[in-house]
Design a protein around this ligand. Structure first.
Ligand code: SF4
Length: 740
């Protein structure tokens, strides 16, 4: 617990013969335990055991697969007894990203598979009520409605939202379905509302929309700058590794975050900026590096364009100016900038606190700029690592789930690329770029989008400005939801198709550091649920496109992906099943993976161009009516909108959403810890329980996003980044009052 996880739960109490090993609270549930289960794994006496093993018995067999939650991509062993999952333990593979660890989600939050409200049969809404139907009837119904809508309104009126929770093979097929069967590029994914700025900026400036380095590079980094990431709760296994490295003094740590998160306690510099002022802060760091001559002259001369123009822009952003904008002392900005530039290799990692802003893409430009001017690209221990959220969101956009990009992120507007796919698919590929997820909802609200298929995402909960999403979905003539559970989105659906969980199918996920990893079938799909790839194939066949969707297994689909995307040509199921750890690119079946990108040249060529950025104040500012700024995020025990974790014992630990409020604000408002409060913006209001804590500074609130009962996205407004269309989730002006 102490040495690996960096927690101090287990203590020796008493002395001599009376010594006892006990947690640091009255019991484990009321201790500092984060339920990672590591003590159970290593307990040499069997005194500690998982309750599920006690209840169901020791597994008869174990299957290695990939965690269904976050982008870390931990490898896990799933224990099965009598055809039922009874336990999950970490994989023993030392080359796995998790090195023998799991967090509470991967380790214990698997019982959603057996949740009593899981939808196990296809449903069609008739007269406002759900009616259970056969698969054949459901597929025929969807196919005939889609044909009618296509005939009446054309392909611009239909769209597909691809799931980031399913396998890469399934993402590829969902995107291919949109283009080949529906004839539209209206295809997007939840990356639009999380890391689209990261993928787009990295691809545009450097050449690949993914991490330049791997998580293992942390061992070689001397400085890590963590921007807008509550890493110990959102990417816990990597968070724990970073925490340990920092506490042992093996890395210097800079944390940029308005909240005093757990990892901030281990930081050498915690730059606690005002929400939405990241551009001013990062420009000021660049200012120090340029003005003090701390940039890597040789690297800039050999590999970087646009330095003079960049230096000219950042010259205006002195640390004193940034202090006035961000609230971070100029001295701390100077020292953090010097540390990042000189104590190399330095790595930058970032989360949604950096991207979910109206300047989200420009913030990522600046992170790349900082790495480029300091020569922190193309070498071990350095680089840029976006902390992707969902298990396979790294795969989503690269699989073609993007309105402007085909598989491999090649532009759909390029005739040569389209021709390549047309030859492989045997059908035309539409050339006109499509609408992204945000634009599709706006189009539905205007009555222009008529049909939408949503795979594995609760967009009513995950999109901003809930009132707009609900109004738009009500106007659709056909909404098909493919998921495991009813959710806020399925309230507006006409058809519900029951999907299998990742424990019930084969395939691959791609994690946040570009590792392609196997997902293996552990149990048969429950009830009549089916893997998404089979659902897509059946729909395509019913629409008359069986020739282009002729697959008998996920491996067939993967081999088609390999044939069309050179970066994964060398990654075969056989190599993965031999236990090889393969990041993309792995260009040939006998080549090793390229773990550190851009050692000699960038994907865009010999030189990369800096992108100077001007600070634009966020559209939401405190006013007398709405005097506080709201940011949003997640907790350790839940994943995103909570549809899976809320159906596990984790819900007992974190049973509701909450809003953090600084003690001085709370006192001024007459709000006590545990009170129910109403948070209100111009766009709506939500009721949550208050947590009075100095984790948030005065004037800033932090609310969690997991429970539909609270649905904090009612409060979040419609502002989006003009470049990437990511919504502004992190800065909304609000007021707070006691709710009863
Ligand atoms: Fe799963 Fe992420 Fe936790 Fe690993 S860190 S066990 S991938 S949720």
């Amino acid at each position: 617990c102490e040495e690996v996880q960096g927690y101090f739960v287990w203590r020796a109490w008493n002395r001599g013969g009376r010594v006892m090993i006990r947690p640091d609270g009255p019991d484990l549930a009321h201790s500092s335990c984060v339920s990672c289960g590591l003590c159970v794994d290593v307990c040499p006496t069997g005194a500690l055991e998982d309750r599920s093993v006690v209840n169901y018995g020791w597994p008869e067999r174990w299957v290695e697969t990939t965690c269904p939650y976050c982008g870390v991509g931990c490898q896990m062993l799933v224990g099965v007894r009598g055809g039922r999952i009874v336990d999950v333990r970490p994989s023993r593979r030392l080359d796995a990203v998790n090195r023998g660890n799991l967090c509470v989600k991967g380790r214990y939050a698997w019982e959603y598979v057996y949740a009593p409200d899981r939808v196990l049969h296809p449903l069609v809404r008739v007269g406002g009520e759900w009616r259970q139907v056969s698969w054949e009837e459901a597929i025929q119904f969807v196919a005939s409605r889609l044909k009618e809508i296509l005939a009446k309104y054309g392909p611009r009126a239909v769209g597909v939202l691809v799931s980031a929770r399913v396998t890469s093979e399934e993402e590829y097929l969902q995107a291919k379905f949109a283009r080949v069967v529906l004839g539209t590029n209206n295809v997007d994914s939840c990356a639009r509302v999380c890391h689209e700025p990261s993928a787009a900026a990295l691809e545009e400036v450097l050449g690949t929309g993914g991490a330049t380095n791997t998580f293992d590079d942390l061992d070689e980094a001397r400085t890590v700058m963590l921007v807008g990431s509550n890493i110990t709760e959102n990417h816990p296994v990597i968070g724990v590794r970073l925490k340990r490295l920092a506490s042992e003094g093996r890395v210097k740590l800079i944390v940029v975050d308005p909240r005093r998160t757990e990892i901030a306690r281990y930081a050498d510099y915690h730059l606690q900026l005002r929400p939405g002022t990241d551009v001013a802060l990062l420009n000021a760091m660049a200012n120090v590096i340029v003005e003090e001559g701390l940039y890597d002259r040789d690297f800039v001369a050999r590999r970087v364009d646009g330095f003079e123009e960049f230096a000219e822009v950042v010259r205006n952003y002195t640390p004193e100016f940034a202090e006035r904008v961000t609230g971070v002392p100029a001295g701390a900005i100077r020292e953090a900038a010097r540390l990042y530039a000189t104590n190399r290799p330095s790595m930058i990692m970032w989360g949604l606190g950096a991207t979910e802003h109206v300047q989200g893409m420009e913030i990522v430009y600046l992170l790349i700029d900082l790495a480029l001017i300091t020569g922190n690209v193309g070498r071990p221990g350095a680089g840029l690592v976006p902390l992707r959220g969902k298990n396979n969101v790294q795969g989503t956009a690269i699989m073609g789930a993007h309105p402007r990009k085909l598989l491999g992120a090649v532009p759909v507007s390029d005739p040569a690329q389209r021709a390549r796919f047309e030859r492989a698919w045997g059908h035309p590929v539409p050339s006109e770029p499509g609408m992204d997820g945000i634009e599709m909802i706006e189009a539905a609200d205007r009555g222009e989008l008529k049909a939408l298929i949503v795979f594995g995402e609760d967009i009513v909960m995950s999109h901003p400005y809930r009132a707009l999403t609900e109004r738009a979905l009500q106007k659709l003539e056909l909404l098909v939801v493919v998921d495991m559970f009813h959710n806020e989105t399925s309230k507006y659906a006409h058809v519900f198709l029951p999907a299998a969980s990742s424990f019930e199918k084969d395939g691959t996920f791609i994690n946040a550091d570009r590792r392609v990893q196997r997902v293996r079938k552990v149990i048969e799909p429950l009830g009549e649920s089916k893997p998404d790839w089979q659902i897509v194939v059946e729909l395509a066949r019913a629409m008359g496109y069986g020739d282009a969707f002729n697959y008998s297994s996920p491996e067939d689909v993967w081999n088609e992906i390999r044939s069309l995307w050179p970066a994964v040509y060398g990654i075969t199921y056989e190599r993965l099943d031999r236990g090889e750890s393969l990041h993309y690119p792995t260009p040939s079946p006998d080549s090793p993976p390229v773990k550190v990108l851009y050692a000699d040249k960038f994907g865009v060529g010999e030189r990369a161009r800096l992108r100077p950025v001007m600070y634009i104040p966020p559209p939401e500012q405190p006013t007398p009516e709405y005097p506080l700024l709201l940011t949003t995020g997640r907790v350790l025990y839940h994943f995103n909108m909570g549809s899976m974790t809320r159906r596990t014992p984790n819900a007992a630990i974190a049973p509701e959403d909450f809003v953090e409020i600084n003690p001085e604000d709370a006192e001024a408002l007459g709000v006590g810890d545990g009170d129910l409060v109403r948070v209100t913006s111009k766009y709506g209001s939500a009721v949550l329980r208050a947590r009075v804590t100095d984790r948030v500074p005065r004037g800033t609130l932090f609310a969690t996003v997991h429970y539909p009962e609270a649905s904090i996205n009612r409060v979040v407004g419609p502002h989006v980044d003009r470049l990437s269309h990511i919504p502004e989730y992190k800065v909304t002006a609000v007021r707070v009052e006691r709710a009863g």
